[in-house]
Design a protein around this ligand. Structure first.
Ligand code: ATP
Ligand code: MG
Ligand code: FE
Length: 345
């Protein structure tokens, strides 16, 4: 079946088209430039941009896939979590399509879609797998027994998300928004052991209560203090070294805990998803540490890690394949949809 997926949870308007695990089109329009000068996504600006981009992006996806809308067998859409006003645009568009085409509608969870997208690159997901979901708004370790129906959180950040930490530290270093890719690039010419930044929730005492949880706000504060001390002393800030050392602190904790979670649950596959999964150091370090325990790692290519419509279509396609009951046309946009709710009403 041909499945069309719509994504509008944040600042990317995405329309993806898949057939089974085959990606036919992945059209993305981003309003990121419009938010850059504010240093973060402005919800009202994002909603308006989605409204303007929806139809052109839909047309571009159909053109790339070489299909017409009447070929579509099912429509999937991100129903949450995300920015309420932004989600509404996608949900309204998806309902209109499903109603007009008389095809089933699947309101899916954005976070589960970040996991499901890997099927487009590496085929069917291994069941179970341990998903390290690291994005702009979330950072969790999930046990995924079935990406259409059974996602169990094992741990999560207790404060900032990993992507948020990248963005905040980039800002401290005077790098553009969103900062993740810029830190990644700057870090390549720096030393990851130049500065010993803290590893959150890694002390023996913290591990007792927060074995699979993360904390990145203390790290961000430590970087801020370090940079301010340099500036106060009138010394130049070694941006590459700070970027590399900060990135190492984030990747160290993420990979250590993900591998620990997989080993302790007897899971042999780790899947990394979400925007931060595009990070080059995270990809290498996860591989390296997992390999020591005979654990396989799957990470989608960077372009599929950040928000897009293909990931929504991929999860929708799996809903169809597994015979899940479609959502009703009353499907709400739910800004705080929990990750355990993979398919929304
Ligand atoms: P969520 O999925 O939690 O709703 P989101 O959709 O806004 O949040 P994504 O698009 O999944 O987030 O990811 C965006 C985040 O990924 C940003 O914080 C960005 O800085 C980060 N990111 C993108 N590329 C990289 C990279 N190479 N290294 C580190 N971080 C990166
Ligand atoms: Mg974005
Ligand atoms: Fe996302």
């Amino acid at each position: 079946p041909l499945v069309l997926g719509i994504e509008t949870s944040c600042d990317e308007t995405g329309v993806g088209i898949v057939r089974g695990h085959t990606l036919l089109a992945d059209a993305v329009a981003s309003s990121v430039e419009e938010h850059a000068r504010f240093g973060g996504v402005v919800p009202e600006v994002a909603s308006r941009a989605h409204l303007e981009a929806m139809v052109p992006t839909l047309e571009r996806a159909c053109e790339t896939a070489g299909i017409t809308l009447s070929d579509v067998d099912a429509v999937a859409v991100t129903s949450g979590p995300g920015l309420a006003g932004a989600l509404l645009v996608g949900v309204a568009a998806a309902k209109a399509l499903a109603l007009g085409l008389e095809k089933p509608l699947y309101g899916v969870n954005h976070l589960a879609a970040h996991v499901a997208v890997d099927q487009l690159e590496h085929g069917a997901l291994p069941d179970p797998c341990l998903a390290m979901l690291v994005s702009g708004g979330h950072s969790s370790l999930l046990r995924v027994d079935d990406v259409t129906s059974s996602v169990t959180p094992l741990g999560a950040t207790i404060d900032d998300a990993a992507g948020e930490a990248f963005d905040k530290v980039a800002r401290l270093l005077g790098l553009p928004f969103p900062g993740g890719p810029h830190i990644d690039r700057a870090a390549r010419s720096g030393s990851s052991v130049a500065i010993d930044f803290p590893r959150g929730l890694s002390s023996r005492r913290d591990l007792e209560r927060h074995r699979f949880d993360f904390s990145f706000s203390g790290l961000k504060t430590a970087v801020a203090r370090w940079v301010q001390a340099r500036e106060a002393a009138g010394e130049p800030v070694p941006v590459a070294d700070v970027a590399a050392s900060f990135q190492e602190a984030v990747c160290d904790v993420l990979t250590r805990k993900a591998v620990d979670a997989a080993v302790s649950a007897g899971i042999e596959d780790i899947l990394v998803g979400g925007g931060v999964a595009a990070n080059s150091r995270l990809r290498v370090l996860t591989e390296e540490r997992a390999a020591r325990h005979g654990i396989r790692v799957r990470v989608p290519r960077p372009g599929l890690c950040t928000d897009n419509g293909a990931m929504v279509a991929a999860l929708g396609s799996e809903m169809v394949a597994r015979g899940r009951t479609p959502s009703s046309l009353d499907l709400p946009a739910d800004s705080s949809l929990p990750v355990t709710e993979v398919l929304a009403g």
